[in-house]
Structure formats: C-alpha cells, structure tokens
Design a protein around this ligand. Structure first.
Ligand code: DX5
Ligand code: ZN
Length: 214
C-alpha cells in the first residue's frame, strides 16, 4: 500500500491544530514538513518552533524536508524538535555521506532529495546509505505547482537501481501530486506520495488522503 504524507505547507496556519487533528484521524501515514530558508529556495516557510509544536500533538511520524543551505548544522535540532525522517537535498551537501551518517546517528531515517534537474545517476554510489530518496516533481519552494512529467522516467530508473542493488530504499515523490497522476507515479515505483494543495484545498481532505492511498 502506498504511503501518503500530506504537506503542511498548504495547511491553515491560523488553525494548524485543527489540521493536525484531521491528519491524526485520517489515513495519512506521515506528516510532511517543508523547511525553506529563502537562500536555497526562493521562499521562507517555517522553522524549528513550528516543528516542535506540531510534534507535540501529531500522532504520525514527522517527515521533514530540508530546503536549506548547510543542513548539517541543524540535524540534531530537528531530531530534538521531533523529526522521525530527515531528508536533505543532494544539491546542498558537500559531504552527503557524512550528512546521512549524522542523521542516522541522531536516531532518524535519512533521505536524499533530488531536484528535477539532478540525474538519478548521481545516486549510484550513495543510495545504499539512504533509507529513502525523495524525487522532486516540481522545483522546490512553493506548493500548488504543476507536476513535471519527466519525473516518471526518473522514478523508473531509480526503482531499477534500487532493485539491482538489492536495497529496500523507499521512493518518495513530492510536488503537484493529485488523484489524476498518483496512479502513474505509483506504477513507476513510488512508495510515498507527498501532497499539499490537492489535499488541503479539497472539500474533504481526509477523503482525498484515502483516494491517494492506491
Ligand atoms: C515544494 C514542497 C512540497 C509542497 C508540495 O517545495 O517540497 O512538499 O508542499 O505541495 P503541492 O502538493 O501543492 O505541490
Ligand atoms: Zn516537500
């Protein structure tokens, strides 16, 4: 069964508690939190105090997606704030092997994120160190963008790599996901779907989560 990780970026920040409660009651598997620094991506979202507040009432694992330069500086702090899965962009890590080691040593699952322009082949000598690979299907920075079709080919290539190496690495896909493209993404090999807009802007978010679990 496909895992669904609703992205809080599209939630109602004036009443975050109600949205977390809805997620707690829903079939969502994880809660996806997007941390943006205004440097690596052209947007600023939220930081550690919000993650901590969410963790205090969330009943699902927090899947934290760091879109910040120098992520190594904050690994322990995100663990302390309540993250279960911490993903860093390959484009921000000079020493990715070391970053993944630090995340795992801190007691979290470690994910590698690839921007749309970064080839899956960049993972050849590092994928075995990751618990998950997150393929961006939009350029990171904003919710509500259009799914980039080429991602499907990247998912297939990555799945082949994971199987060839006999690994159990999860593939997560993030950006522009909805009920219309979910099937193709899952057929290509995705294990976890992140969705913001399609869930929180729908009339019935809990039902939408259910529909995405294909
Ligand atoms: C984009 C973020 C996504 C975003 C997805 O930079 O990484 O997690 O919230 O939002 P939608 O599903 O609306 O594209
Ligand atoms: Zn994200």
């Amino acid at each position: 069964m496909t895992l669904v990780a609703p992205s809080l970026l599209s939630a109602n920040f004036l009443n975050l508690a109600a949205d977390i409660e809805m997620l707690n009651q829903s079939e969502a598997d994880w809660i996806h939190l997007d941390i943006m620094d205004g440097v690596f991506v052209p947007n600023i979202s939220f930081g550690l105090p919000i993650v901590k507040a969410v963790a205090s009432i969330a009943k699902k694992p927090l899947d934290v997606h760091l879109m910040i330069v120098n992520p190594d500086r904050y690994i322990q702090e995100f663990k302390n704030a309540g993250a279960s899965i911490l993903s860093v962009h390959i484009e921000t890590c000079q020493h990715l092997h070391r970053s993944l080691e630090s995340i795992k040593k801190a007691g979290m699952k470690a994910g590698i994120v690839l921007n749309p322009h970064t080839s899956v082949s960049a993972l050849e000598d590092i994928v075995n160190e990751a618990d998950m690979v997150l393929l961006m299907s939009v350029n990171p920075g904003f919710g509500g963008q259009k799914f980039i079709q080429h991602t499907l080919r990247k998912i297939t290539t990555l799945k082949e790599m994971i199987l060839r190496k006999n690994l159990t690495t999860l593939i997560e896909v993030d950006g522009g996901m909805d009920v219309l493209n979910a099937k193709a993404v899952v057929s290509a090999g995705a294990d976890v779907l992140v969705a913001g807009n399609s869930i929180f802007k729908s009339d019935n978010p809990a039902e939408m989560i259910k529909l995405l679990k294909i």
